[in-house]
Structures are given as structure tokens and as C-alpha cells.
Design a protein around this ligand. Structure first.
Ligand code: HEC
Ligand code: HEC
Ligand code: HEC
Ligand code: HEC
Length: 449
């Protein structure tokens, strides 16, 4: 309780100093400040569970089956984290709710608090206890030394991770430093259970799908047990940095900034990097065109790669759903852990690879070769799982397996027994009674303003 009190009082002081830092940035760099604010206009996002209803089944038992949208402009980061069903409501009776770690990639106040009070001290707090004090969203200070345009990497987990893959920030060339600023957040991570759920980037062996899996397997780590198949599951989260770091663009020193922060002119005609971080291909003439003159050809390549990933992932999702239900049928028929082990691990490994590619928004653009390679292995792994399961089911004389209806998000949520109506109502009440009234404006941004 003592540490909770000291963190809350630190956050109260931080409220004033961060409001001051924002005002200073506005005066010092009005152009970048205005562009930074303009990510407010990128208010469109897509309900990914509606788009890919099979994923509700694949994530059954995890928060992702409740609510999951595609990303939108940086200005929405705090609002969206506050409002998603995944972060829930305040826990009852002093119990532990969602970790404050969920704030790590939304606001500089997260790492500022970690610097003062320790990473574990911060992570041990409740997400909802920190909520009222967050008044900054993906900010100048997240990528720059405060009050300057010099690049910085303030998040401790990112500094450590870059050292693990032998890319220490201080020793990197400019294109890598600027890409690492993005890679603080656009990177896969997990909450470390033995360290109060602090954020950790699992790169001890390296940052490929294989080497991260090796790390998790060696530690016998899982995020949750799948309630249908009993598979100990892994979850990938937006590994944009990982894919990019091995791409042909990275080999030619083309960084995130070249495609997402194009060079533009301000009112006086001075060239600078647009701080309205946003779509790359929609701005072809200011991004890609600096290096690719043949627009039609490059966009066609991009479209073909995107289509390949789209078709393959959907096929894979269907097979994975079936594999989870075939495993359930095998358990029900009386299969032993010994009989099931190999099939269960093949489902774990296949779904991990599927997630490693699809949880990265833009894998088809960032590293099409890797996307294809990893998804092809995932397809092989799930088919191994299903043939092992078919054999077990045959031995137990099970002739039919009932697969669920996952033709829509609602049907899939019903199939896994999720009471989405109560969850939605509980969250709506919390938003109306607490977030709208007690949290800062940055948690209450309405689209279109
Ligand atoms: C997500 C990371 C990020 C955020 C947030 C960010 N910047 Fe930057 N900024 C960069 C990068 C990267 C560069 C360098 C681009 C290059 O040279 O490759 C840069 C460059 C600059 C420059 C040099 C001139 C130019 O625009 O190229 C100024 C000034 C600047 N930023 C100010 C700001 C201010 C003020 C804010 C907050 C309102 C801010 N930045 C927010 C990443 C960021
Ligand atoms: C402090 C964490 C953080 C940093 C640093 C960061 N991002 Fe983001 N980024 C996010 C979050 C969170 C979202 C999703 C916001 C939402 O949907 O509410 C996002 C969204 C985006 C989007 C989607 C925008 C849209 O309109 O659809 C792009 C593109 C993006 N980031 C690129 C970058 C690039 C490039 C950099 C580095 C220059 C960067 N980000 C740095 C956290 C970060
Ligand atoms: C060669 C250009 C290029 C580079 C380099 C690049 N990207 Fe992208 N990125 C794209 C394209 C193309 C897309 C597909 C959507 C679009 O056109 O913006 C995309 C998509 C994204 C998205 C999803 C946007 C959304 O709304 O769904 C994010 C986030 C993102 N990139 C972040 C990054 C980060 C972080 C890096 C560096 C580690 C990076 N990108 C490097 C071109 C690039
Ligand atoms: C700063 C220079 C630069 C920028 C900006 C750039 N590229 Fe590239 N791109 C390269 C280089 C260099 C290669 C590797 C050689 C080649 O294939 O031509 C490459 C390769 C590619 C490839 C083939 C390899 C692969 O990864 O599939 C595609 C497709 C591509 N770029 C699309 C884009 C798109 C789309 C954009 C804008 C969103 C973009 N590039 C922005 C320099 C750049």
C-alpha cells in the first residue's frame, strides 16, 4: 500500500510538469506540434474480430476474444486503451486488476514513473488506479530528449532488448536510432509473471519467430490455457520492428521514418519530417517515390503480397479452429497427456507463427519474404497436428467432431460462451461514471474532433 501511495503522489506531481512540457513543445516547435496533433484526423479503425471471426475462437480464454481493433492515429492511444473491453473495469475490494503495464506504450508518464519508482513498482499497480493521472499521449518525450529534437529511447525494456540483439541505441546509425524509437512500442512483448507483470521483450536468443518460441518453450511459459483444446498458448503482439529489422528495406538503411514520416515543407518552405505519423502507401508520392519511380509496379507488388498473406491466414485460421475442436474431442474420448503431447505442441507452435505474422500490422509490406516463410511453416505445423489428432480420434472410434459456427464475431463469441452483453454493459457504465468524469481529456477523445 505504501508504494501505491508514493506512486500516486508522484503521478499527481507529474500531471503539472507534463502539461508544462507539452506547452513548451508547442511554443518551441509549432510545426511538429501541429502535425503531431493532426493524427487526430486518422480516426478510422476496423473491428478485427468482425473481419476475422475465427480469431475469436483462436483467442478463446484471452482478452483478445472480447475486443480487438486495428490501430489508428497516435492521438487515440490513451482513449482506446481506456475504453477497450480488454482493460475491463476497476477490480472490486482491493483485488488485483489489469496491470498498469498496459499504459507502457501509450504515454511517457509510464516510463517517467518507472524511472522514479522502478519497473516492478509501476507494473504492480492497477491499470485503473493510474488512469486518472494520464494526461499525455505518445509524446515528443517518447522519442526525443526532453525539450530538444535529439532522438532518445526512454523505455527501459526497449533499451535492454536492443542490447540483447546487439543493437545498443547509443551506438546505432541514424536510420536505426529513429526506427528504434518506434520499436519501443511497435514490438512484441509479454508481461513477466515472476516480476509483477512488468513488460519484457523476449529476445534473449534473438527476435525471429523461432528464437522467441525457443525462449518461451525453454521457460515453459504460456499466457493462458486454451479452454477448448487445453493448449498452453502464446500471444504475439505487433512485431513491426522485428520484421522490418530483417527486411530488404532495413538492409538498404530505409527506416520506419522514410515511409511513415515523409519529408514535407512547412509554411516557410523548410523541409522536415512530417510528425503526422500515418499511412505509408496512401502517401506514395512523398514516401516511396523518393526511391521508387515506378508507382504502379511497386503498388502491384505490395498488393500481391498483401493478398497472399490474406488468403493464407484465412486458410490457416480455419485449420487452427478445427484443430482446437479436434483436440477437445480427443480429450473427451479419453486420450492421455502422453498421447496428446505432440499434437498440442504443434497447435501451440502453429498458432504462435500465425500470430507473429498477423499481429504485425503491415507484415506484407514490412517483410513479405519472412511473412511467407513463417506462415508456410505454420500451415505445415497445423496439418501435422490435425493428422496426429485424426489418428487418436480413430483409435478412440470418434467419427464426428462438431465444429462451431464462426461466421460472425457474435456467433463465434457465443460459441465460446462469452457473455459479451454483460461485459459491454459493465464497461459502458464504468466509462460513463468514471472515465468520462474523473479521467483526463486525453482518455476521452471523440472521433472527428
Ligand atoms: C514517435 C516518435 C516521435 C514523436 C512522438 C515525436 N518525434 Fe520529433 N522526430 C522523430 C524522429 C524519428 C525525427 C528524426 C527524423 C529523421 O531525421 O530521420 C524527429 C525529428 C524532429 C525534429 C527535427 C526536424 C524535423 O521535423 O525533421 C523536431 C524539431 C522534432 N522532431 C520535434 C518534435 C516535437 C515538438 C514533438 C512533439 C510534439 C515530436 N517531435 C514528437 C520522432 C518523433
Ligand atoms: C509510445 C508508443 C509508441 C511509439 C513510440 C510509436 N507508436 Fe505508433 N502507435 C502506437 C499505438 C498505441 C498505436 C495505436 C493507437 C490507437 O489505435 O489508438 C499506434 C499507431 C500507429 C500507426 C497507425 C496509424 C493509423 O493512422 O492507422 C502507425 C502507422 C504507427 N503507429 C507508426 C509509428 C512509427 C513509424 C513510429 C516511430 C516514428 C511510432 N509509431 C512510434 C504506439 C507508439
Ligand atoms: C518501405 C516502407 C515501410 C517501412 C520501412 C516501414 N513501413 Fe510500416 N507500413 C508500410 C506499408 C506500405 C504499410 C501498409 C499500410 C500503409 O500503406 O500504411 C505499413 C503498415 C504499418 C502499420 C499498420 C498501419 C495500420 O493502420 O494498420 C504500422 C503500425 C507500421 N507500418 C509501423 C512501422 C514501423 C514501426 C516501422 C519500422 C520498424 C515500419 N512501419 C517500417 C510501409 C513501411
Ligand atoms: C529511402 C528509399 C526507399 C523508400 C522511401 C522506399 N523504398 Fe522500397 N525499396 C528500397 C530499396 C533500396 C529496395 C531493395 C532493392 C529493390 O528491390 O529495388 C526496396 C524494395 C522494395 C520492394 C521489393 C522488396 C520487398 O520488400 O518486397 C517493394 C515492394 C518496395 N520496396 C515497396 C516500397 C513502398 C510501397 C514504399 C513506400 C511505402 C517504399 N518501398 C519506400 C528503397 C526504398
Amino acid at each position: 500500500m505504501k508504494s501505491t501511495y508514493s506512486i500516486i503522489s508522484f503521478l499527481s506531481v507529474l500531471l503539472c510538469s507534463s502539461a508544462f512540457a507539452t506547452e513548451k513543445a508547442q511554443q518551441q516547435y509549432p510545426t511538429e506540434y501541429k502535425e503531431w496533433q493532426q493524427t487526430l484526423t486518422q480516426s478510422e479503425n476496423e473491428d478485427m474480430l468482425e473481419k476475422y471471426p475465427a480469431t475469436v475462437i483462436l483467442w478463446a480464454g484471452s482478452g483478445f476474444s472480447k475486443d480487438y481493433n486495428s490501430p489508428r492515429g497516435h492521438q487515440f492511444a490513451v482513449t482506446d486503451a481506456a475504453r477497450t473491453l480488454r482493460t475491463g473495469v476497476a477490480p472490486k475490494d482491493g483485488k488485483m486488476g489489469k496491470s498498469a503495464s498496459c499504459w507502457t506504450c501509450k504515454t511517457p508518464q509510464a516510463w517517467q514513473t518507472m524511472n522514479m519508482k522502478g519497473e516492478e513498482g509501476f507494473a504492480a499497480m492497477n491499470f485503473t488506479d493510474i488512469g486518472p493521472y494520464v494526461n499525455q499521449v505518445v509524446h515528443c518525450d517518447d522519442c526525443h530528449k526532453s525539450g530538444s529534437d535529439e532522438l532518445a529511447l526512454p523505455r527501459p525494456h526497449a533499451q535492454n532488448a536492443m542490447k540483447k540483439v546487439k543493437l545498443p541505441f547509443e551506438k546505432q546509425p541514424h536510420y536505426m536510432q529513429s526506427s528504434q524509437t518506434c520499436g519501443q512500442c511497435h514490438v512484441t512483448y509479454y508481461f513477466q509473471p515472476e516480476a509483477e507483470n512488468k513488460v519484457n521483450i523476449p529476445w534473449i536468443f534473438g527476435s525471429t519467430a523461432d528464437l522467441i518460441e525457443k525462449y518461451y518453450d525453454t521457460r515453459r511459459f504460456y499466457e493462458w490455457i486454451h479452454p477448448i483444446s487445453q493448449v498452453p498458448m502464446l500471444k504475439a503482439r505487433h512485431p513491426e520492428f522485428e520484421h522490418w529489422s530483417r527486411s530488404s528495406h532495413a538492409k538498404h538503411e530505409v527506416g520506419c521514418v522514410d515511409c511513415h514520416m515523409p519529408i514535407v515543407k512547412d509554411e516557410q518552405g523548410n523541409k522536415h519530417h512530417s510528425h503526422q505519423v500515418g499511412s505509408a502507401s496512401a502517401n506514395f508520392d512523398t514516401t516511396c517515390k523518393a526511391c521508387h519511380s515506378n508507382k504502379e509496379y511497386r503498388l502491384k507488388l505490395l498488393e500481391e503480397n498483401t493478398q497472399w498473406v490474406e488468403t493464407t491466414r484465412k486458410r490457416l485460421e480455419d485449420s487452427l479452429v478445427k484443430a482446437h475442436y479436434e483436440a477437445q474431442a480427443a480429450w473427451k474420448a479419453g486420450a492421455s497427456v502422453h498421447q496428446m503431447n505432440e499434437a498440442i505442441m504443434a497447435i501451440r507452435h502453429s498458432q504462435w507463427r500465425w500470430d507473429f505474422i498477423t499481429a504485425s500490422h503491415g507484415a506484407a509490406a514490412h517483410n513479405p519474404d519472412e511473412a511467407k516463410q513463417v506462415l508456410n511453416i505454420a500451415v505445415q505445423q497445423v496439418s501435422v497436428a490435425r493428422s496426429l489428432l485424426a489418428k487418436i480420434l480413430k483409435d478412440f472410434k470418434v467419427e464426428t467432431v462438431n465444429y462451431p459456427d464462426y461466421s460472425s464475431k457474435a456467433k463465434a463469441q457465443q460459441a465460446i460462451g462469452l457473455d459479451i452483453d454483460s461485459l459491454t454493459k459493465e464497461k459502458r457504465d464504468y466509462i460513463e461514471q468514471v472515465i468520462n468524469k474523473e479521467w483526463q481529456p486525453v482518455a476521452n477523445i471523440q472521433a472527428g474532433h
